[in-house]
Design a protein around this ligand. Structure first.
Ligand SMILES: Nc1ncnc2c1ncn2[C@@H]1O[C@H](COP(=O)(O)OP(=O)(O)OP(=O)(O)O)[C@@H](O)[C@H]1O
Length: 277
């Protein structure tokens, strides 16, 4: 089996890179190493992410992809290495600080409130933007009400964008898996992130659901200029929508470059065929 054989989804038309205004490096990771006790999840990984690009992280199971996302949004603190975000050296970033700096993410296992409606789940993505606290809600009802209306409008925009108007009142737990994934994307978008981290947004989806999700990811990138870092196992999707791809294997970087370059990298092919170890 070659890398090309892994392609499962019909190609999605992608505008040329120049049209999507790829900019300067906004995230620069240098020499990142992360261990859990004796387990080395990441060893001396360096790569960067440019503004407005779609940057994918791929690799076999256990390669360190989710650990890398957790380093980027401050859930894990690497023992070694340096992270620059928008020109600032980050020490121990906490997840809420990363969120406040415009980094949002979705998770491998959907993390939504199953009993709450689609609308209310997406509304939770606005939490960091809310200025009025409970006390102010009681004292300045008018101001809090105005703020609530503004948040609702933003959430409705996200709902329209993701074409989920028909299910806005439905409890999330009643939705099929593919739609739940879309709602999770909606919650991340409600935070109006500049950097969006997507952990296997297409896992468990059928071909049609994958094509829809691809379209939404490309539209988010194109219409809002959002920079996207994506982990995905489906090589067809990755090669179609990414500007650049970084490849991890056993916690080490074995490839980095444009999709065509990575596809033809012998070390990457060997890792996917299981012949490198
Ligand atoms: N919290 C943790 N505690 C201990 N070990 C961990 C932890 N998180 C990850 N690891 C280990 O680090 C290594 C990399 O795991 P990680 O989940 O980052 O890989 P992955 O590439 O995302 O895998 P998958 O594709 O299966 O999701 C694995 O050996 C894993 O067991």
């Amino acid at each position: 089996m070659m890398m090309n054989d892994l392609i499962q989804v019909a190609p999605v038309a992608q505008p040329p890179v120049a049209e999507r205004r790829i900019g300067d490096v906004i995230l620069d990771l240098q020499g990142i190493s992360l261990s859990f006790g004796g387990v080395k999840a990441l060893t001396n990984i360096s790569f960067d992410v440019r503004e407005h690009e779609i940057r994918s992280i791929i690799g076999p199971n256990g390669a360190g992809k989710s650990s890398m996302l957790n380093v980027i949004n401050g859930v894990y603190h690497p023992q070694e290495g340096r992270i620059m975000f928008r020109g600032e050296l980050r020490q121990k970033m906490e997840p809420h600080v990363a969120a406040a700096q415009g980094i949002a993410r979705t998770f491998q296992n959907i993390a939504l409130f199953k009993g709450m409606s689609v609308l209310d789940n997406i509304m939770t993505g606005r939490n960091l933007k809310m200025k009025c606290n409970l006390f102010q809600h009681a004292l300045y009802w008018g101001r809090a009400r105005q703020e609530e209306i503004e948040h609702r409008l933003k959430v409705e925009e996200v709902i329209d964008f993701l074409e989920i108007q028909g299910i806005r009142k439905t409890p999330v737990g009643r939705l099929p898996y593919g739609l739940q994934k879309r709602v999770e994307l909606g919650r991340a978008l409600a935070a109006e992130p500049s950097l969006l981290l997507l952990d296997e947004p297409m896992a468990g989806m059928n071909v049609e659901e994958k094509q829809d999700m691809c379209r939404f990811i490309l539209d988010v990138n194109d219409q809002f200029g959002t920079t996207i870092v994506l982990i995905e196992h489906d090589m067809g999707v990755v090669m179609d929508i990414s500007d650049r791809v970084v490849v991890l294997d056993y916690g080490k970087k074995i490839g980095d470059g444009a999709p065509d370059e990575v596809k033809n990298n012998p070390e990457v092919i060997a890792a996917y065929l299981g012949t490198s170890h």
